[in-house]
Write a protein that binds this ligand. Structure first.
Ligand code: AMP
Length: 226
């Protein structure tokens, strides 16, 4: 199964992507995470990406598309994948369409996580990640760890992403509105988008997303048998 998870920063894409990919036994691929790995490793690509990330801007398309193309070519994606944070603009969506067409493959579903902007700001400001595994995500108010600053899962230190600080968040939202929101329209025109409310507990959102995916599967099999 090949799924895209889109929506504004702070909608909970990272949290839901980890859970959905585990549930569906498919690879979770996050471009933001691929860039953070490069940054940790001190690669040239990482240093270049970090300059853009710190400013709340998109990493240039030629870099991002190259990274995703290389990742999707690995054999572990054969069973399927869930893309989190890619595509972030229409040019990337068109590039992805091309990569999939070349592989005689296609997307099964696009889930658009929907959330009011005021809630986005609250969520991002309070988000904390584990240094040992950035898939372990907490929130100082909504899902606080038992011990402040310590990951419940593995005991790692919790920290705030440098692009989650308030000054960068407004820029990221601006970029989302102008560049990323049109991606939903691109896929809506292909009849692939289901909107899922990102409000409420992570478990509730997961259940909504799973229902949306299974509904998409029913619709797709109905369409193909018609
Ligand atoms: P994320 O972890 O998805 O919130 O991404 C963090 C940052 O990485 C974004 O604010 C961008 O600077 C960069 N980034 C992630 N994915 C992309 C993408 N598809 N295109 C360009 N920049 C990206």
């Amino acid at each position: 199964m090949r799924i895209l998870l889109i929506g504004p920063p702070g909608a909970g894409k990272g949290t839901q992507a980890v859970r959905l990919a585990t549930h569906l036994s498919i690879q979770h691929i996050s471009t933001g995470e691929l860039f953070r790995e490069h940054i940790d490793q001190g690669t040239e690509l990482g240093q270049n990406a970090h300059t853009h990330m710190r400013a709340g801007l998109l990493v240039p398309d030629e870099v991002t598309i190259g990274v995703i193309k290389e990742r999707l070519a690995r054999p572990d994606t054969e069973r399927g994948f869930l893309l989190d944070g890619f595509p972030r603009n229409v040019a990337q969506a068109q590039a992805l369409d091309g990569i999939l067409a070349d592989a005689e493959s296609r997307l099964d579903a696009v889930l658009d996580l929907e959330i009011p902007e005021a809630e986005v700001v609250r969520r991002i400001a309070g988000r904390r990640l584990c240094r040992q595994d950035r898939g372990h995500i907490f929130h100082v108010d909504y899902s606080p760890p038992e011990v402040t600053g310590v990951c419940d899962v593995c005991g790692g230190e919790l920290y705030q992403r440098d692009d989650d600080r308030e000054t960068t968040v407004s820029k990221r939202l601006e970029v989302y509105r102008s560049e990323t929101a049109p991606v939903a329209d691109h896929y809506r025109a292909q009849g692939l988008v289901t909107t899922v409310s990102a409000l409420g507990q992570a478990q509730e959102v997961l259940e909504r997303a799973l229902i949306a995916i299974s509904q998409d599967q029913v619709d797709a099999s109905g369409a193909s048998s018609r």
